[in-house]
Write a protein that binds this ligand. Structure first.
Ligand code: ATP
Ligand code: MG
Length: 180
């Protein structure tokens, strides 16, 4: 499984439709400060169902919609589509290519689609749940987070690793049980 394309339309600074093509392996996005690199990463998290405006570096969800510039008016909707190569069947769906789309309207409505069929957030979450992708899976390491790991105490660093490995929740449960 690998990401094939990501298309942004009216998402943050990407007013015009912009498609990024990814090959298997490592992709680097380079550009000057403020050029939209982190916005691309935000779009990835968002299309996979991110619900927290703060995780998307905004105050409210509407902030993901292109807010306009001096030369270009604000837009009424943000739309992101992510196409995943599923030829290895990693996603539990009978398609070798899966496109997840999310749209948010300034008027409030929000929509998801899987391969063009209207879907619920839950459907997107279930589709991604065992794939290692999606929300709370720690596949996205934000700007500044690496610094935090490097500066962390050995105990905190162990916490990061345990969290990534999925053992932290079990340790918390164990500690809770032992306190009783
Ligand atoms: P750095 O190298 O500093 O990390 P970056 O390439 O990651 O920069 P981003 O944070 O992705 O940059 O982009 C920030 C830019 O996106 C800012 O200019 C900001 O005004 C713009 N931006 C964010 N949200 C919106 C929006 N809703 N509408 C229009 N522009 C937006
Ligand atoms: Mg950035």
């Amino acid at each position: 499984m690998h990401l094939k394309t990501l298309t942004l339309r009216g998402f943050k600074s990407f007013a015009s439709a912009t498609t990024l093509h990814f090959e298997p392996g490592v992709t680097c996005v380079v550009g000057p400060n403020g050029s939209g690199k982190s916005n691309v990463v935000d779009a990835l998290a968002w299309v996979m169902g991110e619900q927290g405006a703060k995780s998307l570096r905004g105050g409210k969800m509407e902030d993901v919609i292109f807010a306009g510039t001096t030369t270009r008016p604000a837009l009424g909707r943000a739309e992101v589509s992510l196409t995943i190569d599923n030829s290895d069947g990693a996603l539990p769906i009978e398609y070798t290519e899966v496109t997840i789309s999310r749209t948010l309207f300034r008027s409030g409505g929000s929509e998801y689609a899987i391969n063009g069929q209207q879907a619920r957030l839950l459907d997107v979450q279930e589709l991604l749940s065992d794939s290692g992708l999606g929300r709370e899976m720690h596949v996205i390491v934000g700007q500044g987070q690496l610094d935090a790991v490097l500066r962390a105490t050995p105990e905190d660093r162990r916490g990061f690793i345990e969290e990534a490995a999925g053992v932290l929740k079990h340790r918390r449960r164990k500690e809770k049980a032992q306190r009783k």
